[in-house]
Design a protein around this ligand. Structure first.
Ligand SMILES: [Zn+2]
Length: 149
């Protein structure tokens, strides 16, 4: 049976800041992020199943990413937990969607974090093989299973 990759695209708005960075990303700013997630598996070959032909129900993949990533990170400010100014602002309403992570919120680090989250939720019969996080029209980070295993 041939294996197939299926992909789903997501979009969210997020602010971030790179603590101590020697460039413009040291200032709080936002991006329209674009996330693509691809999983590999064998299409369901049960001709009597309503899911016949599906590697994975796109709706299930959508629910996993929406629940654990999009709903949390959309319209949030993501910061390195090392940033010492956080405690000064975190009680202000405008900063109530602040997410502190133990790393700089670069596209690369965020993508690896998202991959961990997705892998914990995926059914066993599919494998995450590719993920892409696009931060601007010209900049994105990409992860491929075959680069890592
Ligand atoms: Zn940025």
């Amino acid at each position: 049976m041939s294996k197939i990759r299926i992909s789903k695209e997501f979009h969210f708005e997020m602010a971030h800041v790179l603590d101590g960075y020697d460039g413009l990303c040291a200032y709080v700013h936002g991006h329209s992020y674009f996330l693509i997630v691809s999983v590999l598996g064998e299409p369901n070959n049960d001709i009597n199943s309503p899911k016949n032909g599906m590697v994975m129900d796109f709706g299930v993949l959508k629910d996993i990413v929406n629940k654990d990533i999009i709903n949390i990170f959309d319209h949030s400010l993501v910061v390195n937990q090392k940033a010492n100014w956080i405690e000064k602002v975190q009680n202000i309403d405008s900063f109530s969607r602040i997410i502190k992570l133990p790393f700089q919120p670069t596209s690369e680090n965020l993508l690896l974090h998202f991959i961990d989250i997705i892998n914990k939720q995926l059914p066993n019969d599919v494998k995450l093989v590719h993920a892409l996080l696009k931060e601007t029209n010209s900049s994105y980070a990409e992860w491929f299973y075959q680069d890592n295993f």
